[in-house]
Design a protein around this ligand. Structure first.
Ligand SMILES: Nc1nc2c(ncn2[C@@H]2O[C@H](COP(=O)(O)OP(=O)(O)O)[C@@H](O)[C@H]2O)c(=O)[nH]1
Ligand SMILES: [Mg+2]
Length: 214
C-alpha cells in the first residue's frame, strides 16, 4: 500500500557515473542543474550519494583517492507525477567535490582546495545547490567552520547536512543538529542524514526536487 501511494513522488530512477574533471575544460556544460556535495574527507559523501541514488557502489566508481583533486559527475534521471497524473522527468547532475584535506599541510590544503572549488563554482552557471556535509558527532570543527565561512561568500544556495546520524541517540542527535543550525546558518535548517538507515533521504530529495524541477 505504502508503495502505491509513493509512486507519484519525486524519485531518482537512474544514476550513472559520468566522468571526473580536473579542470574547466572537462566540466559539464549542457545547462542541466547540478547539485554538488562537499565536506571533509571521510564525512560520508560517497555513502550519501549511494544512499540517495539507491545504489551500493555508485560513488566508488570514481575511487576518490583523497590525494587527487577531481570533480566527479553522476548523470541522474528522476521523475514525479504532477497533479493531473502526468509524468514529468528530469535530467540533472550530482557532483561529488573533493574533500578538504588532500594536500600535505593544512594551509596548503585549504588554499588549493578553495581555489579548486572556486574555479568550479565560477565555471558552473548551472550549479543550483551546494550541500555541505558536517559529521553530526562533531558539529564545531574549525576546518568545517572555515570552509562554511568561505562558501557563504560564493553566494550559492547552501544546504547543510549532518551525516552519520545513526551513530547518535535521539537526544544527542537533536542537540547536535541545533548546534549545527547555530554554527552554520543557511537558507533552510540543516538536516540529519544517515546513509545506513536512509534517515533524511526523503527530506533531502524534496529539497533537491525544488532545484531540479524548474
Ligand atoms: N554508521 C554510518 N557510517 C557511515 C555513514 N556514512 C558514511 N559512513 C562511514 O564513514 C566512512 C567514510 O565514508 P565515505 O562515504 O567514504 O566518506 P567520504 O570520504 O566523505 O566520501 C566509511 O567507513 C563509511 O562506511 C553513515 O551514515 N552511518
Ligand atoms: Mg568519497
Amino acid at each position: 500500500m505504502a508503495e502505491i501511494k509513493e509512486i507519484g513522488k519525486f524519485h531518482i530512477f537512474s544514476a550513472a557515473y559520468l566522468r571526473s574533471a580536473v579542470g574547466r575544460s572537462q566540466y559539464v556544460s549542457d545547462g542541466r542543474p547540478e547539485i554538488a556535495f562537499l565536506g571533509r574527507s571521510n564525512v560520508g559523501k560517497s555513502s550519501l550519494i549511494n544512499s540517495l541514488c539507491g545504489q551500493r557502489r555508485l560513488a566508488l566508481v570514481s575511487r576518490e583517492p583523497g590525494k587527487t583533486r577531481t570533480i566527479n559527475y553522476f548523470s541522474i534521471q528522476s521523475r514525479r507525477q504532477d497533479e493531473a497524473g502526468e509524468e514529468e522527468r528530469q535530467d540533472w547532475y550530482l557532483v561529488d567535490l573533493p574533500g578538504y584535506g588532500f594536500a600535505k599541510t593544512a594551509q596548503q590544503s585549504r588554499d588549493a582546495w578553495s581555489d579548486f572549488i572556486a574555479e568550479y563554482v565560477e565555471g558552473s552557471p548551472a550549479l543550483s545547490l551546494l550541500c555541505l556535509l558536517i559529521d553530526l558527532r562533531h558539529p564545531g570543527l574549525p576546518i568545517d567552520k572555515k570552509a562554511y565561512e568561505w562558501l557563504r561568500g560564493l553566494k550559492r544556495p547552501l544546504q547543510v547536512i549532518g551525516t552519520k546520524a545513526d551513530k547518535l541517540g535521539s537526544g544527542e542527535r537533536a542537540k547536535n543538529l541545533k548546534e549545527v543550525a547555530r554554527l552554520f546558518p543557511a537558507e533552510r535548517p540543516p538536516l540529519a542524514y544517515s546513509s545506513q538507515d536512509n534517515r533524511g533521504r526523503d527530506e533531502l530529495l524534496r529539497i533537491i526536487e525544488q532545484y531540479v524541477c524548474g
